[in-house]
Design a protein around this ligand. Structure first.
Ligand code: SP5
Ligand code: ZN
Length: 345
């Protein structure tokens, strides 16, 4: 399978995140993509190429100009506050919840960090913009490869994307790579595109981007948000709104879910997908459903990832895989490449 990979991803490397009052090393780290690219090469799964840079107008198909401007200039603004910030990551400290106003963009950079983010688990670093941008390049190039005749392509990106909305970051995500790929497929002429999100966490960003639209179907299998990040979205009763009503499907599953129940949900997703009859598919490929994942509480095993790929291939659709979460470092390469190999065989 043709893979788009850009080593600039390594420039996004957070120092730490905050978990239950403790300062812990970032789970989302450069090694994740390095290990997947090494496993891809080891198993000879096809060409690994560097993407062409896409224009900012491609990103504006999904993200607001205001948010992109913020993100592009964030590091310089952070340094402008205090040159000593150079060796600190930027974290938000105040958010416009409920009765607070979000219609006026504050001038203060720390306040703008809060306006454009959803959590304090996502460090913004010196290399965040370049990494996120070249990651988005991978996603858009992978989508474009389908028009150039590939049956499938893989965007090996990080930071991941599915928690990022049109104008906010969070959950380790800054630019919504899957949404950008889906939009590019539409802009290339597809009439309907489906996004299947298999990451352990609900893809709140992707859902919110397409919630009112019928040209992109969003289906997600994930941990029940009553007890898992992102907590405030991902329930089964979220089915879309306005013209998008009926084009959003959430399949939340309880902690401890293992292969039988997970694959039953995948079957439900595939049936809904088939009835939508999309012209292409984007898979948000998180492997944090793995039993050994340090953040998660599902119990898929490495061999199960081969079966996922086989089932997806059976849909018979031109497919873009976009890398999302997965934090079990030792097995991350095998788990991701198993999906791709299962798809190809
Ligand atoms: C893309 C993606 O998978 N984002 C996930 C964001 C989850 N952020 C919350 C992390 C909570 C940390 N839990 C640590 C558990 C250690 N036992
Ligand atoms: Zn995840």
């Amino acid at each position: 399978m043709l893979t788009f990979y850009n080593e600039a991803h390594g420039q996004h490397s957070g120092r730490f995140e905050i978990f239950r009052g403790a300062i812990v090393p970032c789970f989302e780290k450069p090694e994740r993509a390095d290990l997947v690219v090494a496993e891809l090469a080891r198993r000879n799964l096809g060409r690994i190429v560097t993407p062409h840079g896409v224009p900012l107008t491609s990103l504006e198909r999904i993200h607001t100009p205001r948010y992109l401007h913020f993100l592009r200039h964030a590091w310089a603004d952070w340094l402008a506050l205090d040159p000593a910030n150079a060796d600190k990551d930027a974290f938000p400290s105040v958010w416009p919840v409920r009765t607070l106003r979000d219609d006026i963009e504050p001038e203060n950079f720390c306040a703008r960090l809060g306006l454009y983010s959803m959590d304090n688990g996502t460090p913004l670093t010196a290399g965040t913009w370049i990494a996120a941008k070249t990651g988005a390049d991978c996603a858009v190039n992978a989508a474009h490869a389908l028009r150039l005749g590939e049956r499938a392509a893989f965007a090996l990106t990080r930071p991941p994307g599915h928690h990022a909305g049109a104008d906010f970051y969070g959950g380790y995500c800054f630019l919504n790579n899957a949404a950008l790929a889906a939009q590019h497929l539409l802009d290339d002429g597809a009439r309907r595109v489906a996004i299947l999100d298999l990451d352990y966490h609900h893809g709140n960003g992707t859902q919110s981007i397409f919630y009112q639209r019928s040209d992109v179907q969003f289906i997600s299998i994930h941990a029940d948000p009553r007890n898992e990040y992102p907590f405030y979205l991902g329930h089964a009763d979220e089915t879309g709104a306005g013209p998008g009503l009926g084009y959003n499907m959430n399949l939340p599953l309880p902690a401890g879910t293992a292969a039988p129940a997970w694959f039953a949900a995948l079957e439900t997703a595939c049936i809904r997908l088939g009835s939508y009859a999309p012209e292409a598919l984007v898979v948000s490929l998180g492997v944090d459903t793995f039993a050994g994942d340090p953040l998660s509480h599902f119990a898929l095993h490495s061999a199960d990832f081969l079966r996922i790929g086989e089932r997806l291939a059976w849909l018979g659709l031109p497919t873009v895989f976009v890398f999302e979460g997965g934090y079990a470092i030792k097995e991350i390469g095998v788990n991701v490449v198993n999906v791709l190999e299962g798809f190809e065989t």
